[in-house]
Design a protein around this ligand. Sequence first.
Ligand code: ZN
Length: 179
Amino acid sequence: MQVGNPVLREVAGEVDERWLKTKEADRLIEEMVATMRAAPGVGLAAPQIGLSLQLVVLEDRDSTISDLDEDFLAEVGRRTVPLTVLMNPTIEVFGKPDVELFEGCLSVHGFSGVTPRHHRARVHALNHLGEEITLDWTGWPARILQHECDHLLGNLYIDRMDTRTFSTNENLMATLEDE
Ligand code: ZN
């Protein structure tokens, strides 16, 4: 779903734990993982495939990261995130949202903007087995958590970004190459 579709602006409904045990749940999670990997992206929330459900998948693979410049990775605090499924997450953030980096979204295809985020975020959720998990992450992985949890409340990064930095990815790449 692309920005403008009302499902992206809804507060997503809670997932029923019993639903997790169904084949439908397995299929949906598989579809979300496949969509995220094909994009490619580092996270996907159910509203992005048109389902107003508090369900998120995350992953930042070694194979993607190894193509990127090491200094850049260190600068943005990006590192491998194993495939993680979150249901009914609640998020807690620490300090001020003073980490300003370009961020994009599969639902605002082809664009990026500088978006302030908190350095550290802690999420309580259920995983794909219905077990309670806590993630306490910093840097880029914490940014992914904030971005995906925002989706479940009907928020997009464009609501938080510095609007004057909004750019097509092509123009952003051209600017970065000139530097
Ligand atoms: Zn997004």
